[in-house]
Design a protein around this ligand. Structure first.
Ligand SMILES: Cc1cc2nc3c(=O)[nH]c(=O)nc-3n(C[C@H](O)[C@H](O)[C@H](O)COP(=O)(O)OP(=O)(O)OC[C@H]3O[C@@H](n4cnc5c(N)ncnc54)[C@H](O)[C@@H]3O)c2cc1C
Length: 471
């Protein structure tokens, strides 16, 4: 039986989705005195930002780090009173390993190091030097990241740097990802400055002026108790404004307001009205919503955005059972090397309190666009596959003393070539339906930092706060 309740709120906002985007925008609006309700379909908030602490090990089930790329991220953490809990990644994390010929090699951090590294052949190195002298390209079509990188830096750089890098960030494939939409800063380097090296130098000066940091220069952080401290604190501050187990099914325009219907289990449907509705759910959840009781044809295409499956595995070992010094951020594995795992983060090197004394923690990712079929295999099989790869690359000999895993059937939206159509559609929907807004990792960046930045900017826009110059 359907139970209908109705509640009316004046000058109010309903936020759909309790991931980082929804929590951030709701918190900012409520802090400014707004009347906010946040509806989250699941019984927990934070989306993939989940941490588990047990047996002295800390496992992040989704993201492990936030990059402090925007002052808005820093300000949010401070505003929430979380500065004391924040931990920056160990200095050793500046070192990143890439696997070539089955062994991890540190990615050079200086131009001089590029000349001597065994990671690239002499021809590969020459291709990188030549980038400086290549002019820009008059965009004849939208390039994939792979096309862009081969054109500017050569195939070897694609295979051994970009391929593993995008597997680490997007669980993605450079052959499909759009350079324009997935890596807008990289794209702009060529558009604005005529090249990547030239752009790095000039761009650094401009970022300094507006207090932003490049992804390479930005510091990485987490919290003493793991990343879940961020959504948990946001939810604590929001208090009763958060309603879990509340899946929104319809948004309707009634007398100049939005009426949001949500199911709370057991067949009960509740309705709330507000001036504004912010959709901060997932991209693939958009087509499930009806508008005014009917499917909205413009919502349908969002289910075409590919979200590959990812299996995330945390393994704890006795220190003596891992030969590699684990003196870095982690190890990324190019597709051409033919392993099962995408890479491993050296989690206990990055942050304190991730493993008991004389133990280490590794976080491993499997699947993604590279091998989606692998991610859904039985857990025992995946752990065995991971251990085989870790033995070859890191000299892991013993059995793990701790394991924790999480399967994400639809992990990260892929900003593939043509992604601009979705961004345009969101702009059109916002103008067609006044009072309806969209924010989340499917719009202008997938990282936690970008998601926060965009949610803060939306809240500022709704509060009539002038955008800060150049951000
Ligand atoms: C395995 C993995 C590793 C990652 N690693 C990193 C990393 O190291 N660093 C980094 O910066 N980023 C990382 N990311 C990406 C980042 O975590 C996400 O992009 C970001 O957290 C997404 O936040 P969001 O609020 O946009 O979406 P989500 O967190 O997905 O939140 C959307 C919420 O909306 C709810 N919802 C959907 N539909 C409805 C509805 N109809 N009614 C009510 N609620 C609804 C969902 O239940 C969900 O809770 C990783 C992601 C994954 C999966």
């Amino acid at each position: 039986m359907t139970q209908i309740q109705s509640q009316s709120q004046s000058q109010s906002t309903i936020v759909i989705g309790g991931g980082i985007a929804g929590l951030t925008v709701a918190y900012r609006l409520q802090s400014a005195g707004g009347d906010v309700t946040l509806l989250e379909a699941n019984d927990q908030i934070g989306g993939p930002v989940q941490t588990v602490l047990s047996e002295g090990f800390l496992a992040e089930l989704g993201p492990n780090t936030i990059l402090e790329t925007s002052p808005r991220v820093t300000a949010l953490v401070t505003d929430l009173g979380l500065d004391e809990q924040k931990v920056y990644a160990n200095d050793a994390s500046a070192k990143r390993f890439l696997v070539r010929n089955k062994q991890p090699h540190a990615l050079p951090s200086s131009p001089g190091g590029m000349l001597t590294t065994p990671l690239f052949s002499p021809m590969g190195k020459l291709g990188m030097v030549k980038e400086l002298f290549k002019g820009s390209w008059d965009n004849r079509y939208e390039e994939s990241l792979a096309q862009f990188v081969v054109r500017r830096l050569g195939k070897e750089f694609l295979d051994y740097v970009i391929n593993p890098f995008v597997a680490g960030v997007y669980a993605g494939d450079p052959e499909h990802l759009s350079v324009k939409h997935g890596f807008p800063k990289l794209y702009e380097l060529e558009q604005k400055y005529g090249g990547l090296v030239k752009g790095q130098i000039k761009g650094a000066k401009e970022r300094k002026k507006r207090q932003e940091k490049s992804k390479q220069a930005a510091r990485m952080f987490s919290f003493k108790g793991g990343l879940k401290m961020l959504p948990e604190m946001l939810a604590t501050k929001l208090g009763n404004a958060v309603r879990k187990n509340a899946r929104v099914t319809d948004i309707s325009q009634i007398d100049g307001k939005w009426q949001v219907s949500f199911s709370t289990g057991g067949g009960a449907v509740t309705q709330l009205q507000a001036e504004k509705v912010i959709y901060a759910g997932t991209a693939f959840g958009i087509p499930n919503l009806t508008v005014n009781g009917r499917p909205e044809p413009e919502f349908k295409p969002f289910d075409e955005i590919y979200h590959p499956p990812v299996f995330s595995l945390t393994l704890g070992f006795k220190r003596e059972d891992v030969q590699h010094p684990l003196d870095g951020f982690g190890m990324l594995i190019p597709k051409v090397e033919g392993f099962n795992i995408l890479g491993a983060l050296f989690t206990s090197t990055l942050f304190p309190m991730r493993a008991p004394q004389d133990h280490v923690t590794l976080t491993i990712f499997i699947g993604g666009v590279r091998q989606p079929e692998l991610a859904a295999k039985p857990v025992d099989e995946l752990i065995t596959l991971a251990l085989v790869d870790l033995k070859v690359t890191l000299g892991v000999t013993g059995k793990p003393v701790y394991t924790h895993h999480q399967f994400w059937p639809k992990a990260i939206p892929q900003y593939d070539v043509g992604y601009g159509q979705y961004k345009d559609r969101l702009d059109e929907l916002e103008s067609r339906y006044p009072g309806l807004y969209f924010t989340g990792n499917y719009r202008n960046g997938i990282s936690v930092a970008d998601t926060i930045k965009n949610a803060v900017e939306l809240s500022d826009r709704l509060l009539g706060i002038e955008p800060e110059e150049d951000t």
